[in-house]
Design a protein around this ligand. Structure first.
Ligand SMILES: [Zn+2]
Length: 318
């Protein structure tokens, strides 16, 4: 792997604080979908944001979403494996229960809805007027045809949403994919009703997995993840745009991300270490391992140190 630690980048521009100039952190390939190319993560010395530089335009970036990406799941009713159906349902039910702590009914917009697995769950409660936003046309069409839920086939930065319309806007593992997070936050602010909330699930820079796995942490997911923000930077960004953070919780994706991080690490190992990790991964994927690991996972989640943090930001007056 190319080592460029010593060279400061003078032309990189941070889209979070507009600072010009950044420090290289590491370069890496597409470890999840194995598309070609090497991508670089840099850090803004002013606000601490990690971002990908140079930027890939969307016309190039969309190529890296093609293939077996997580968001391309079909409706739960079409899931053939009972175990997988149970895992998926458990996952979406947790998301719904989390949302319904704050609003039990109303209007909800899911940004980056993919094939609508979360919208399908919310539709099941019968209490919500739902809408999705999804830039990938085939996924957007699937949601409309399979669930009858309206979807805007656009990227959130280019949306023209009606003012003061939604009680809840959700972005499950989407924020880090955005070309311009600030514009997206402004759009959400405008589209929310007074005291409405946005629920934003993001890679947790402060997670134990990030500390252990370093550049192999799945939260980096190059080149699809364009930004990883330390907690204080994320909170300050939303505060500046008129939101207050009401709470945060780690409750989704911990085990899956750990599995991906192990796979990423294995890609650079050789010989006995490779074989050892291969064996560890086989054990990891046994259902009994998931059960045995659960108490540890809960401790890590309760301490706010797992790989995804779900933040709740409430719209307040600027
Ligand atoms: Zn910055």
């Amino acid at each position: 792997m190319k080592n460029i630690q010593e060279t400061a980048l003078v032309d990189a521009v941070c889209k979070i604080c507009d600072h010009v100039g950044a420090l290289p952190v590491f370069t890496g390939p597409d470890r999840l979908m194995h598309h070609p190319g090497l991508f670089q993560v840099v850090r803004c010395p002013q606000c601490g944001t990690f971002y990908q530089w140079p930027e890939l335009p969307w016309e190039q970036l969309r190529f890296y979403y093609e293939g077996d990406y997580d968001s391309y799941e079909t409706a739960l009713a079409d899931e053939t494996s009972p175990i997988r159906r149970w895992i998926r349902r458990r996952y979406t039910l947790k998301m719904r229960r989390f949302v319904e702590q704050f609003f039990s009914s109303g209007t909800l917009l899911d940004i980056g809805c993919g094939t609508g697995i979360f919208l399908e769950e919310m539709q099941g409660s019968g209490n919500w007027k739902l809408q999705g936003v999804e830039p990938i046309t085939s996924a957007a069409r699937y949601v409309v045809e399979r669930f009858g839920i309206p979807v805007i086939n656009e990227r959130v930065e280019y949306l023209e949403l009606p003012d003061c319309t939604f009680d809840v806007i959700t972005m499950w593992n989407v924020f880090e994919h955005l070309e311009d997070p600030k514009v997206a936050i402004k759009n959400m602010y405008r589209a929310l009703k007074p005291n409405g909330i946005c629920i934003v699930a993001v890679p947790n820079y402060e997670s134990i997995s990030r500390l252990i796995f370093g550049k192999y942490w799945c939260g980096w997911d190059l080149p699809r993840h364009l930004f990883v923000l330390p907690r204080t930077t994320l909170l300050e960004l939303f505060r500046r745009e008129g939101f207050k953070a009401s709470t945060n919780k780690c409750f989704i994706g911990s085990y899956a991300i750990l599995g991906h991080s192990l796979a990423f690490l294995q890609q650079d190992l050789q010989g006995a270490r490779y074989s050892l990790l291969a064996m560890l991964r086989r054990l990891f994927h046994l259902p009994v391992s998931r059960v045995l690991f659960y108490p540890v996972q809960r401790v890590i989640e309760n301490a706010g140190l797992s790989s995804i943090t779900v933040w709740v930001f409430q719209k307040v007056s600027k």
